[in-house]
Write a protein that binds this ligand. Structure first.
Ligand code: ADP
Length: 264
């Protein structure tokens, strides 16, 4: 009897905890949606005045440069550069909110074909960089949205190109079967780049978070990893990071294999 009432207490406790977790999950999703709609509205409303500001700055630089002192021209130039940077940030915010609101399709996607598209998309950067792209074995087929899957790889590969100061840079794209059948597949994008200190690792998935001075590794918006994480959430997966400063980083994410249809 004691065992039965203990079991009852434990089960009730577990049910309460589960209920709490579900409530938290719903609350979290609501907050994410609020953030996405805020991003959308804010970025839309910011674009218009920014366009005006950039047009006036261009007009001053192109039509009035000879009337201004060198100092004034330099200030106009700074306004233009800040305007360009602001546009980059606003576009990233818009893109982030679009991804967050997207309704992804769940097609069977051969990731080797996705990778071909990504190589084409990044061809200029891949040609410029000495980076070696390693794919130790063919990638599998997964369930997902072709455009969003390509965006995950494009972001992670371009970061691997950008944040690498080695003489022989490489990036390896691999995957692992799940330990238990039916669990998601694990994918990794590993590089031998500059790495990320443990204390900085949680922050890299936050929007507009950049760890380096703006020009040291090229001026991204700092939204790529936030977008990758938002895409994976949309596809029912997640992403995490292991890294050693000076040695490199490994981004690992999960995706589902297509469900095998049972013949009737
Ligand atoms: P961005 O590259 O535009 O700055 P991301 O969101 O893609 O934005 O990355 C956020 C930050 O995380 C980068 O600014 C950089 O500091 C760090 N980071 C991302 N990928 C890597 C990587 N492969 N190696 C080292 N640092 C990285």
């Amino acid at each position: 009897d004691a065992a039965r009432s203990l079991r009852h207490v434990v089960l009730e406790g577990m049910a309460r905890q589960t209920e709490r977790l579900v409530r938290l999950q719903v609350e979290l999703e609501q907050r994410n949606q609020d953030l996405e709609s805020f991003s959308y509205i804010a970025s839309h409303d910011l674009k218009e005045p920014l366009r005006g500001l950039r047009n006036y700055a261009r007009y001053l630089a192109e039509d009035h440069a000879t009337e201004f002192t060198a100092d004034a021209n330099q200030k106009v130039d700074t306004i233009r550069r800040l305007g360009d940077r602001m546009e980059l940030l606003i576009d990233a915010l818009l893109h982030y909110s679009r991804v967050g609101r997207a309704e992804p399709c769940a097609e069977s996607i051969d990731l080797n074909i996705t990778l071909e598209h990504v190589r084409e998309q990044l061809s200029a950067r891949l040609e410029e960089s000495p980076i070696e792209l390693r794919v130790p074995r063919p990638l599998p087929t997964v369930s997902g949205d072709p455009v969003l899957l390509a965006e995950i790889y494009a972001n992670l590969i371009s970061n691997a190109i950008k944040y690498n100061d080695k003489d022989a840079p490489w990036v390896e794209l691999g995957w692992r079967e799940p330990a238990t059948p039916g669990q998601p597949l694990q994918f990794y994008v590993r590089d031998n780049g500059v790495g990320i200190a443990t204390e900085d690792q949680p922050a890299v998935f936050r929007i507009f978070k950049r760890l380096y001075a703006r020009d040291e590794f090229g001026g991204g918006a700092g939204a790529g990893l936030t977008i990758v994480r938002a895409i994976l959430t949309r596809l029912g997966g997640h992403i995490w990071l292991d890294s050693t400063p000076g040695e490199g980083s490994t981004f690992t994410f999960t995706l589902s294999a297509p469900s095998t249809s049972v013949p009737s």
